[in-house]
Ligand binder design. Structure first.
Ligand code: NDP
Ligand code: 2IT
Length: 445
């Protein structure tokens, strides 16, 4: 890492002790930015990096609620409003027991550059709670969401901060959150949340957008080497919103997706995963993946194992951070992997990324590859602002154009900085320069 940037990074780490994931995300971005600061000394003079690493505002709050047995439960809620240089803070809410400030800050930090890459007018933020939705009834989920919004509502708004979903937060939760926001404020402010239901202000394609976008981005990478998804053997991790829609899109392009996972284990279906059955089990029944193996013949279910033990030519990690480590990466590379498209945020460890890059693989980092979700959220905001609703075909076409544009931006930026094919550098530099220019133009704020 450039010595000037390393000094700044060390200060950021010391100021934010114990936030390992945030440290990891900062380090990974800083490693790309040395050459940018040679060309743009004004970024150092204006202390852009120091400002970028300090969120504009961080909110931590108590979320009290009662479970179905009448017991009082207390969770911790977060919203980190990281950077508003390009637009209102924008980013998802994650409900998962592992959530703490370090995770919300890594996600919020990544979101700044991701959102910049989309070309849409959105700043970066993220939030969530250490609430575990697993095994909770609809009524418990609703009471939790209502309590969460009873604090959050005063910090968000169409022009201020626009949350959406992430792990553990999908259409059901956005519905309860929106209902409570409307009830408290007495305003039907559609643009305050994205990922809404289609009959009350949502956008077609938003549910599919992250997974579809990841595959579209990866297809663009493959095209640069005269390849495509057609005929590839694909492994996907996770079986949530991003994973299922990535599986569907990859199959529509001719890939055979043989495996996916949840936090309990993974399934291998050599005939190709049945997306309708996956949707039935995961989206309708909110069940576990092992049910898939019970209902379909010739399917292996491996309890507790890593899906990265399954060979693939294309890997799409779509579950969670640091799920794909160096050893798994090395094994996949030895066994014929040619491309990785990150649907999740920071799923590959730094060691794994180094293995992929040293092997000369196509590696699409999350902040570029999974930007289709937030980009389509911005399209939802656009429809809300004009009280319009677009067709599936038109919205999907916009998503495709955006993903192709992000790919091109990463590619040309990497070329411009003498690192052809390095999408990590391309994404970090292109996202950063856009935000840095806007921050300097807006003065010392
Ligand atoms: P979901 O909650 O719909 O699904 C998450 C999936 O990942 C589930 O299969 C879950 O398994 C698995 N998973 C979660 N945590 C872990 C863990 N600690 N260990 C193993 N498996 C785990 O979330 P999404 O699909 O929305 O999000 C997946 C990833 O994509 C996240 O990294 C998210 O930040 C990222 N992302 C999401 C976007 C969106 O629009 N939703 C946009 C861009 C990125 P289980 O059910 O067993 O917990
Ligand atoms: O990580 C992400 O980009 C998301 N969870 C989606 C955020 C959004 O505002 O749609």
């Amino acid at each position: 890492m450039d010595a000037r940037l390393e000094a700044i990074r060390n200060t950021v780490l010391a100021r934010n002790p114990g936030e390992d994931e945030f440290h990891q995300a900062v380090t990974e971005v800083f490693e790309s930015l040395g050459p940018v600061h040679d060309r743009h000394p004004e970024f150092l003079e204006g202390a852009v990096l120091e400002r970028l690493c300090e969120p504009e505002r961080q909110i931590i709050f108590r979320v009290p609620w009662t479970d179905d047995a009448g017991r009082v439960q207390i969770n911790r809620g977060f919203r980190v409003e990281f950077n508003s240089a390009l637009g209102p803070y924008k980013g998802g809410l994650r409900f998962h027991p592992s959530v703490y400030l370090g995770i919300v800050k890594f996600l919020g930090f990544e979101q700044i550059f991701k959102n910049a890459l989309t070309g849409m007018p959105i700043g970066g933020g993220k939030g969530g709670a250490d609430f575990d939705p697993r095994g909770r009834s609809d009524a418990e989920i609703m009471r939790f969401c209502q309590s969460f919004m009873t604090e959050l509502y005063r910090h968000i708004g169409e022009y201020t901060d626009v949350p959406a979903g992430d792990i553990g937060v999908g259409g059901r939760e956005i519905g309860y959150l929106f209902g409570q926001y409307k009830r408290i404020t007495n305003r039907y402010e559609s643009g305050v949340l994205t990922g809404k239901g289609i009959s009350w202000g949502g956008s077609l394609v938003r549910p599919e957008a992250t997974g579809y976008g990841t595959v579209i981005f990866t297809e663009e990478m493959l095209k640069t080497r005269g390849q495509s998804f057609d005929g590839q053997r694909v492994v996907v991790s996770g079986s949530g919103n991003v994973a299922i829609n990535a599986i569907a899109k990859a199959q529509s392009l001719g890939a055979v997706v043989v495996a996916c996972s949840d936090s309990s284990g993974y399934i291998v279906d050599e005939a190709g995963l049945n997306v309708a059955l996956l949707r039935q089990i995961k989206e309708v029944e909110r069940g576990r993946l092992k049910d898939y193996a019970v209902r379909r013949s010739a399917v292996a279910y491996v309890e507790g194992g890593s899906v990265w033990d399954v060979d693939a030519t294309v890997a799409l990690p779509c579950a969670t951070q640091n799920e794909l480590g160096g050893e798994a990466a090395a094994r996949l590379v030895r066994n014929g992997l040619i491309a990785v498209g990150e649907g999740a945020n920071m799923p590959s460890t730094r060691h794994a990324i180094a293995v992929f890059q040293d092997a000369g693989l196509l590696f699409g980092p999350g902040k570029a590859a999974n930007a289709g979700g937030v980009a389509t959220s911005a399209l939802e905001m656009q429809q809300n602002a004009t009280r319009d609703s677009w067709s599936f075909e038109y919205t999907e076409q916009r998503l495709t154009e955006i993903m192709v544009g992000i790919h091109r931006r990463c590619e040309t930026t990497a070329d411009e900085y003498g690192a052809p094919g390095n999408y990590v550098l391309g994404a970090n530099v292109a996202g950063f320069v856009k935000v840095a220019d806007a921050m300097l133009a807006q003065g010392l704020i």
